[in-house]
Design a protein around this ligand. Structure first.
Ligand SMILES: C[S@@+](CC[C@H](N)C(=O)[O-])C[C@H]1O[C@@H](n2cnc3c(N)ncnc32)[C@H](O)[C@@H]1O
Length: 253
């Protein structure tokens, strides 16, 4: 039987790899790298290649690089758009399993951060396993939101508080008064700028864990312009940004 390991590699630093991830990487015969052909690839694929070079002997593994299908934006429904794109990515992974792996071999996919947080691989592999025969396992990784909390030296929740994790896309659905302890990912357009509330703090992080890491925090209304500027400058400099943040209602003291 062919097997796929989905290995969480952490969100941007080669030292975020767990011992379990390193041990699993050593069992992999062929890695699949998907590239989008964007400026971002140099950093995101670069880290993956560095991880392999650091932990494996040259010649002990094979890398198959495939083109990541392009997501056609602007379909009427976002869900439909993502589902179609995921189907195409799953087909690409399916081709890898069928053509690049032999029976008894392990394939490896290095997943940014943790495979369980806003990542489609687990669902894609579940769907794919209904069509072709293979097994798969997931190895958890450090997620961007764990790094965000650690770098700001704050817990993700205060005593007994719930945490709401969402994407910037859904942020506008919340009345600012509902925001108590909210983590936002998949933004890059400074969606926090539309929140008008004097009692919210923001803990923001860009390129967490990397040499380019930027950390900013403070009362949202006082610091939003500074963060917007940092995002704009970072995008100008690198051509892309990956950021996440915690929005937290101030406690009455
Ligand atoms: C598709 S999700 C993947 C999340 C990933 N599976 C994880 O565990 O962190 C991508 C989003 O995660 C957040 N993210 C990932 N890496 C990050 C980093 N190094 N710095 C800041 N945010 C990051 C950003 O909000 C980004 O838009």
């Amino acid at each position: 039987m062919k097997n796929i390991y989905l290995i969480g590699i952490g969100p941007g630093n080669k030292d975020y790899l767990t011992i379990q991830a390193i041990e699993t990487i050593k069992k992999v015969d062929v890695f699949l790298l998907l590239e989008k052909g964007e400026r971002k690839d140099t950093d995101l694929l670069g880290l993956r290649k560095e991880i392999l070079e650091n932990h494996l002997k040259p010649g002990a593994y094979r890398v198959v690089t495939k083109r990541m299908p392009v997501r056609k934006r602007g379909r009427p429904a976002y869900h439909e758009e993502v589902a179609k794109w995921r189907g195409e990515v799953a087909d690409t992974i399916g081709e890898f399993i069928e053509n690049d792996l032999r029976d008894g071999q392990n394939g490896g996919i290095l997943v940014w951060g943790d495979p369980a947080l806003y990542d489609g691989h687990l669902e894609m592999l579940r769907e794919l396993s209904r069509k072709i025969r293979f097994s798969y396992e997931a190895v958890p990784g450090i997620s961007s939101i764990q790094v965000l909390a650690a770098r700001h030296k704050i817990p993700l929740n205060r005593i007994s508080e719930p945490i709401l994790i969402t994407t910037a896309r859904h942020l506008k659905e919340y009345d600012p008064a509902e925001i108590k302890n909210m983590i936002v990912v998949l933004d890059s357009h400074a969606s926090f700028k539309n929140i008008d509330d004097d009692d919210i703090d923001i803990y923001w992080g860009g390129y967490l864990g990397s040499e380019d890491e930027i950390l900013l925090s403070g009362r949202l209304k006082d610091i939003k312009e500074e963060i917007k500027k940092a995002i704009m400058e970072a995008k100008r400099r690198k051509g892309w940004i990956m950021d996440s943040y915690i929005l937290r209602r101030r406690m009455n003291e």
